[in-house]
Design a protein around this ligand. Structure first.
Ligand SMILES: [Zn+2]
Length: 361
């Protein structure tokens, strides 16, 4: 139903810890095939900040990158050590970054702006503890993708679904407001104007286009990714007279992303549906002119310029990340496995065994 003229560089892909490596491979093969995904950027989150994440994600990210040669780029994530004092923590972050980028990671994913993560760390993004890390990332021109807030409705219980509330996503008054969280980003950029910072999910600015303008127009290396949540597309439709010209004017600054996972289904149709779920939300918006619904919420297509879409879907990411992922230092993978193995479940060990064998260990 969509045009075959496009190929995709998906800048926002996850892998959860519950699907083992053999099933993940099958799921991702389907993902590449049905979504016409030529390249993808996997976000490895070696923390417990979100359910999908866990300490084996760094090794797994490099494994997927090597297994799907030249298709996959891998981002690392920071591990927090709250038992250390702030100075030691900030030095540790830089040490981690040095180690990751010597080992072949292609950039950094930060979940540190997500309200649930903030609740755990007790840190704002402008906290001094992150400053040396941001300086390192800016000086070395390393790409960062940041989850900087959440949908505006998460600050208002009356606007949340039971499902959202049960997931613990309500943002209570112990945390900054959504606007305050956005201002933190602007503070970081004023301190690090060359930082190659991408805000995921349009930076949660879909209800405030002025913020999107300030973020992109104020700095040359800033980018947004178009990864749904669904609420962005519904919000944009409410103010499409301003959003469409904005998207056209910034088409070289917005990258494609889906938040796809390695969720595995034995049934081939179910697997297919899972792998095009997010892709369909995006393509309905950009490529059609009809009415659509996401989880009962209405939005419509804006029939966007096809040449600009090629930039957003593929070329912008190819320009930023290149077409060849960085080479992997196998020793990093072996060190990770040695460190993790004693603490892992039998299922995780089975995956680590596959990874070790793959790299010839
Ligand atoms: Zn994500």
């Amino acid at each position: 139903m969509f045009s075959n003229d496009f190929k995709f560089f998906d800048c926002h892909v996850h892998f959860n810890k519950d699907t083992n490596i053999p099933d993940s491979i099958k799921a991702f093969e389907k993902f590449f095939e049905v979504g016409k995904v030529e390249k993808a950027l996997f976000h490895g989150l070696p923390t417990h900040f979100v359910e999908c994440a866990g300490p084996t994600q760094l090794a797994k990210g490099l494994f997927f990158k090597d297994y799907f040669k030249d298709k996959i780029f891998a981002f690392a994530g920071l591990i927090h050590h709250p038992e250390l004092d702030k100075k030691a923590q900030s030095q540790d972050f830089v040490k981690q970054l040095e180690r990751y980028f010597a080992a072949g990671f292609d950039g950094l994913k930060m979940l540190e702006g997500k309200p649930t993560t903030r609740k755990e760390t007790g840190l704002t993004l402008t906290d001094d503890v992150f400053e040396p890390a941001f300086s390192f990332l800016e000086e070395n021109q390393i790409s960062v993708t940041l989850h900087n807030a959440d949908p505006a409705t998460f600050w208002d219980l009356s606007l949340m679904t039971d499902h959202e509330i049960s997931r613990g996503w309500f943002v209570d008054s112990s945390l900054p407001t959504k606007n305050e969280m956005f201002e933190e980003i602007m503070t970081i950029m004023s301190r690090h104007p060359k930082l190659k910072l991408t805000l995921a999910h349009y930076g949660f600015t879909s209800d405030n286009i002025e913020q999107a303008k300030r973020f992109l127009d104020g700095y040359e290396n800033t980018r947004l990714d178009m990864t749904p949540g669904w609420e962005q597309y519904c919000n944009m439709c409410k103010n499409i007279g301003e959003w469409k010209p904005f998207l056209e004017a910034h088409a070289d600054r917005i990258k494609y992303g889906t938040d796809s996972y390695n969720n595995y289904f034995e049934d081939e149709d179910e697997q297919r549906d899972e792998m095009v779920r997010q892709w369909t939300i995006i393509r309905n918006f950009y490529e059609t002119s009809g009415e659509h619904e996401i989880y009962g919420n209405k939005y419509f297509g804006i029939d966007f310029d096809r040449d600009l879409l090629k930039k957003m879907y593929y070329e912008n990411a190819a320009k930023e990340y290149g077409l060849t992922p960085k080479a992997i230092d196998k020793q990093f993978v072996f060190d990770e496995i040695d460190m993790l193995y004693p603490h892992c479940t039998p299922e995780e060990r089975a995956d680590l065994d596959i990874i070790a064998k793959h790299f010839g260990g």
